[in-house]
Ligand binder design. Structure first.
Ligand SMILES: Cc1ncc(COP(=O)(O)O)c(C=O)c1O
Length: 454
């Protein structure tokens, strides 16, 4: 393992700094093993690809469309939230304190989020069942920290999976077991089999992670029947389901599926929400819905979200007041429903999806599949689709493609927990305009056609 200097001065001859030889040098292998784990680097690699190859058109990330932002919206929405509080009779002094002071650990816009969840997702929970978090990522860390108490407890995860959940589990030393998904997402019977297999090794499968709607990375959607069956399996196998749903809003009109949380009558689901795609990722705001009652040693009962606030306090003290005010303002301005407000955005993504599918079909006619060996899935919405190619498409190939052909993508193998996806690539089309998509797929086609099948 290499030795990494973690604190080398930027300027070797800086007059005030210590001389080079005096600088403390740490060995990377003396740090927590998660730090050196290559799987922990996926998020950084994907987000930095664009910077490394500025000329390349990027299908690498799932960055949302950002052509509709206006700086003035930030102050408008903060003012809108202040007005919303004033209308509810909150005194000015309290509003000022709310925005400037340390705030409640679980946040102060839970009421607004609860209303939104009732309107948009048919999820009916009290504000006390909601914790406002620093994005999905903190919600996952908090939930995992709370649910997992020993080394024999295992997180089952859909595979391929979003790199954020894998990293969160790795950070907390929580072992992961993959449950491979098919074209229709997770098979509930495969989940049951995986839970039993874990139990047969003397360990306990404590929870299951999945993205039922337009999964990242594959774009799959779990059918309704499978959702119902998955909830039964969760009860039979004593699993908590961690439902991650950043893309559900971006379904075609009339095709939105009920969330697992809205179908859950037995308290089996913890819902992990994000405002990264429905508002904007710079807010770094998300939330956790955990309405399960928890009884303490004192006999008092609180929601799991309230109980987990101890973990949240130690991760981040509380979520940003400014971000909560901006998102609270967006919710108030839109009558606490983001479905109509995001229809235009959904249309942008649906058009981009269609252009990507059409461009692929133009360059790789399905009737010539035996020759080009290129095929892809056809998601109904979301930000991603999967392309199968006739050769191994890892990071090296992606970099070659970005450098020599001017287009980047994500190797699907980066998202697989137990290996797999070596001949697949993920195309994230959300932040490319239709013209750029057409040009990007033309470049990708040149790369694929010039790469020997193997
Ligand atoms: C599956 C999944 N969950 C959650 C998120 C959003 O996470 P965060 O709120 O931490 O930005 C993303 C964003 O890429 C995602 O793809």
């Amino acid at each position: 393992m290499s030795t990494t200097t973690l604190s080398a001065p930027d300027a070797p001859n800086a007059p005030d700094g210590p001389a080079d030889g005096d600088m403390l040098t740490l060995r990377q292998d003396a740090l927590h093993p998660a730090i050196a784990d290559p799987s922990m680097d996926s998020m950084r690699i994907l987000s930095e690809t664009a910077m490394k190859f500025p000329e390349a058109l990027s299908f690498s990330s799932g960055a949302p469309y950002d052509g509709n932002h206006d700086l003035a919206d930030l102050s408008f929405h903060i003012d809108r939230y202040v007005k919303h509080l004033q209308e509810r009779g909150v005194p000015q002094q309290r509003i000022t304190r709310l925005l400037f002071q340390y705030g409640p650990v679980n946040g102060f816009i839970q009421d607004d989020v609860a209303q939104m969840l009732r309107n948009d997702e048919d999820i009916d929970v009290p504000a006390e069942a909601i914790m406002i978090t620093h994005g999905f990522q903190e919600a996952a860390l908090v939930a995992l920290r709370g649910l997992f108490s020993g080394p024999d407890e295992v997180l089952l995860s859909v595979s391929p999976a979003y790199v954020g959940i894998r990293g969160a589990a790795r950070m907390l030393d929580i072992p992961l077991e993959a449950v491979d998904e098919g074209p229709q997402g997770l098979d509930p019977e495969a989940v049951a089999a995986a839970a039993r297999a874990v139990r047969a090794t003397g360990r306990r499968p404590a929870a299951l992670y999945l993205v039922p709607d337009f999964s990242n990375p594959s774009g799959t959607v779990l059918p309704l029947q499978a959702r119902r069956r998955l909830l039964e399996v969760a009860a039979e196998e004593d699993l908590i389901i961690l439902e991650d749903n950043p893309y559900g809003l971006f379904a075609p009109e009339g095709e939105a599926m009920p969330t697992l949380k809205s179908l859950d009558t037995a308290g089996r689901v913890i819902y992990l929400g994000s405002f990264a795609k429905s508002a904007f990722p710079g807010a770094r705001l998300g939330y956790l819905v955990a309405d399960q009652p928890v009884t303490g040693a004192d006999g008092a009962t609180r929601t799991l979200a309230q109980e987990l606030s101890r973990a949240k306090a130690m991760f981040s003290v509380g979520s940003s007041s400014l971000s909560q005010a901006v998102v609270g303002g967006i919710l108030a301005e839109n009558g606490h429903t983001l479905r109509p407000a995001t229809r235009e955005l959904a249309a942008v993504y649906l058009e981009r999806l269609q252009v990507t599918l059409d461009s692929l079909a133009e360059h790789f006619p399905p009737e010539d599949h035996a020759e080009h060996q290129v095929s892809w899935n056809t998601p109904r919405g979301g930000f991603f689709l999967t392309v199968e190619v006739g050769f191994e498409a890892g990071l090296g190939e992606m970099e070659r493609c970005a450098r020599d052909y001017g287009v980047s993508w994500a190797p699907m193998s980066m998202f697989h927990i137990d290996g797999g996806g070596e001949r697949q690539i993920r195309l994230g089309f959300s932040n490319l305009a239709p013209e750029a998509i057409r040009e990007g797929i033309a470049r990708l086609a040149r790369f694929i056609n010039h790469t020997p099948r193997a």
